[in-house]
Design a binder for this molecule. Structure first.
Ligand code: HEC
Length: 119
């Protein structure tokens, strides 16, 4: 009845969650950082012909095992990031290889595929 007489500290029970949750959150975000491949637009647009050729070769090597290759122009910058997050880990490609693939896909999607041979 007379709740105001209660000592305020009584309501504040020390919780284990306060200590455990931040640690879990930290581990999850560290794992996320390690996994997610990200390529800035500028990096893709400034990539050398050699880097793009490498990315294309790796794309053909790693991404054609389950389905035909998708055209770079069929997906946007953001969509390629999403697809990479989804399917990159399903390949045996290293993080570095996935980065090179994504760099090629974004360059080809945004600014035309410099490696596409005219029909
Ligand atoms: C282990 C099998 C597998 C591998 C390897 C794979 N994919 Fe896929 N991918 C799928 C499946 C399943 C779908 C769904 C529909 C389909 O078959 O096209 C898909 C669909 C896609 C799509 C269409 C959009 C979407 O989300 O459905 C894109 C883009 C794509 N993959 C990109 C890639 C890229 C880039 C790579 C290489 C890094 C890759 N995939 C490697 C299985 C795979």
């Amino acid at each position: 009845m007379n709740a105001s007489m209660k000592h305020p500290e009584e309501n504040v029970r020390p919780s284990r969650c306060g200590r455990v949750l931040p640690v879990i959150f930290l581990l999850v975000s560290l794992a996320g950082c390690r996994m997610a491949v990200r390529v800035e637009r500028d990096e893709a647009l400034q990539a050398s012909g050699e880097q793009l050729a490498e990315g294309k070769t790796l794309y053909e090597l790693h991404c054609e095992t389950c389905h035909d290759l998708y055209e770079p122009a069929d997906f946007t910058y953001n969509e390629w990031h999403v697809a990479m997050r989804k399917y990159g880990p399903r390949t045996e490609a290293s993080h570095q290889d996935l980065h090179a693939i994504l760099r090629y896909l974004i360059r080809a999607s945004e600014n035309g595929d410099p490696l596409e041979t005219a029909p």
